[in-house]
Design a protein around this ligand. Structure first.
Ligand code: NAD
Length: 341
C-alpha cells in the first residue's frame, strides 16, 4: 500500500467531524425545514467528504452521508415504503466537470451497446422544491409521500390532496394499474413574494425562501394549513410502472400530460453536448424570470433501456447529473425583502 493514502489520525478526525456536520445540516434541512447554512456551503462540505473518501476508501462506512439519500422519516408522520427506491442526484459544479460526466456516460453507453447511437439527453430545470412520490392505483391517487431516505418516506397524502394541480383521478386511458409518479412540489417565485408580503402586512414573520416554505408547507400536521399555501408541482420522474407503453422519459411526459399530470414547460430533448451547453446558458440568463426558483439543470439519459443499463450507485442514478450554477451574491433576495418591507 502507498503510505501516502493511509489516513492519519488527523485525517480520520477531520473526516468524522465533517460527516457529523453534514448529518447535522441534513437533519436541519430535511427534518426541520430550517437550514443552518447556505446550499453552497453545504455542497462544499459534502464535496470535501467525497474527496477524502476518494483518497481513503477504507474510511467509507455504510452510514456515510455519501452512501445515503439525505432525509429520514419524522415521528410526526406515518412511514410509507416506496414501491421503487427514490434517489438523489450527482452534482457537478463546472461546465468542464459536466462535459467530462457526459463523455463518460457516452463511453459507458457505447460499451453497453444497447443498439443506440449514443445517448439523447433530456434536459430539465432543477426545481428547488421538495420531492414527492405519488402512488396511483387504477388511475386514482391513493398515497403521497416525501422521499425520506429513498426507501421509506413520510405519508403526506392529506396535504397533497389540497394541491389542485395534482389530479386525484387521471384522465384518459393506458396508464399502468399501479404507477408511482415522482415530481417536485414548489412555490412559484411570484406567489412566494405575494404570500410573504401578506404575512408581513399581518405582522407575521416572512418565510425564509421558497424551497423551505414548500417543504414546511407540505409537512404541516394540519392539511388546512397546507391548503393556504400556493403550492404547485411538476413531474420529473416515474417509479413503479409495470406495463407502461413508453420507451423514454420524454415519451412518458407526453403520456403524463394526457393523463392530466403537470409537466414542466421547460424540458428539452437534445442530441449533442453543444445543445446541452446552450440550454445551460439560456436558463442561466433567465434564472430569475422563471416561474420557480432553480438550483441548477438536470441532464438525463432519455431512453429507459439505457437508463436501466447504466443503473444506480447506492445514492444516485448513473444516468443523470445535476449541474449547479455558481452561487450568486445574495443581493437579489435582500432587495426583495427590502421591497416587501
Ligand atoms: P439534490 O437536491 O441535489 O438532487 C436530488 C433532488 O433533486 C431530487 O430528489 C428531486 O427532488 C430534485 N429535483 C428537482 N428538479 C429535478 C428534476 N428535473 N429531475 C430530477 N430531480 C429533480 O439532492 P438532495 O440529496 O435532495 O439534496 C442536496 C441538495 O439539498 C443540495 O442542493 C444541497 O445544497 C441541499 N441541502 C442543503 C442543506 C443546507 O443545510 N443548506 C442541507 C442538505 C441539503
Amino acid at each position: 500500500t502507498d503510505p501516502a493514502v493511509i489516513p492519519s489520525e488527523s485525517v480520520r478526525e477531520e473526516y468524522e467531524n465533517l460527516a457529523d456536520l453534514v448529518r447535522k445540516y441534513r437533519f436541519a434541512y430535511y427534518q426541520e425545514d430550517e437550514p443552518l447554512v447556505s446550499d453552497a456551503e453545504f455542497d462544499s462540505l459534502f464535496r470535501r467528504l467525497e474527496e477524502i473518501e476518494a483518497l481513503h476508501p477504507e474510511l467509507v462506512a455504510n452510514d456515510s452521508p455519501t452512501q445515503e439519500v439525505g432525509g429520514e422519516v419524522s415521528a410526526a408522520f406515518a412511514a410509507v415504503e416506496h414501491l421503487q427506491r427514490m434517489y438523489s442526484l450527482e452534482d457537478v459544479f463546472s461546465l468542464e466537470e459536466l462535459e467530462a460526466w457526459l463523455a463518460k456516460a457516452e463511453a459507458s453507453v457505447a460499451k453497453i451497446g444497447n443498439g443506440t447511437a449514443g445517448p439523447v439527453w433530456l434536459t430539465e430545470l432543477k426545481i428547488d422544491g421538495l420531492a414527492v412520490n405519488l402512488l396511483y392505483r387504477d388511475g386514482k391517487l391513493v398515497r403521497a409521500a416525501t422521499r425520506g431516505d429513498g426507501f421509506t418516506g413520510e405519508d403526506i397524502t392529506h396535504n397533497v390532496l389540497t394541491i389542485k394541480e395534482i389530479p386525484q383521478e387521471l384522465s384518459g386511458t393506458g396508464f399502468p394499474a399501479e404507477m408511482e409518479i415522482r415530481g417536485e412540489v414548489f412555490i412559484p417565485s411570484k406567489a412566494f413574494a405575494d404570500f410573504n408580503e401578506a404575512l408581513i402586512e399581518a405582522g407575521k414573520a416572512p418565510l425564509a425562501n421558497p424551497r423551505n416554505a414548500a417543504a414546511g408547507s407540505l409537512r404541516q400536521k394540519d392539511p388546512a394549513e397546507t391548503a393556504k399555501r400556493p403550492l404547485r408541482m411538476f413531474v420529473h420522474g416515474i417509479g413503479a410502472r409495470e406495463g407502461l407503453g413508453a420507451l423514454s422519459q420524454s415519451e412518458t411526459y407526453t403520456l403524463m400530460e394526457k393523463w392530466g399530470l403537470p409537466v414542466s414547460p421547460y424540458f428539452e430533448v437534445l442530441g449533442s453536448l453543444e445543445e446541452v451547453l446552450g440550454f445551460i446558458r439560456k436558463y442561466g440568463d433567465q434564472r430569475h424570470s422563471l416561474l420557480h426558483e432553480i438550483d441548477g439543470i438536470v441532464v438525463k439519459v432519455d431512453n429507459f433501456a439505457t437508463q436501466r443499463a447504466l443503473g444506480y450507485t447506492t445514492r444516485v442514478p448513473r444516468w443523470a447529473v445535476a449541474y449547479k450554477y455558481p452561487p450568486e451574491e445574495v443581493h437579489t433576495k435582500l432587495l426583495d425583502i427590502a421591497v416587501n418591507v
